[in-house]
Design a protein around this ligand. Sequence first.
Ligand SMILES: [Zn+2]
Length: 127
Amino acid sequence: MDQKELKALKNVLIREKERILKSLSQLEENTQKTSRGNTPEGAGVPTHIAELGTDAFEKNLDLNLTSSEVDLLQMIEESLKKIETKKYGICESCGKPIPKARLRAVPYTKYCIKCQRQQEGVKERKD
Ligand SMILES: [Zn+2]
């Protein structure tokens, strides 16, 4: 792959990474605001166990909602690392170069279309 193409894909990855980091930090802000809102006015009021349980539950809910974003972020980080180590654009399964058209469509992909389909077939994803 030529340097120009690689640089363009790297930029796409970085932009996507920034977008996810921003949305994750916004979510964290919202979670913090909600927790603060639950705190009763006037300090010294003991926090009830039940309240703690709800907070933990809500936090888990948020984590579930963002797990796909976190996954994506991890894939982007790995792709950026691969660009640095010059291993970017190689299918992790068969070791063949991933077609440019596919990288343009999904710059953080780890597999060529053939291997991706095989992976999905094994998992039998129905989403
Ligand atoms: Zn492959």
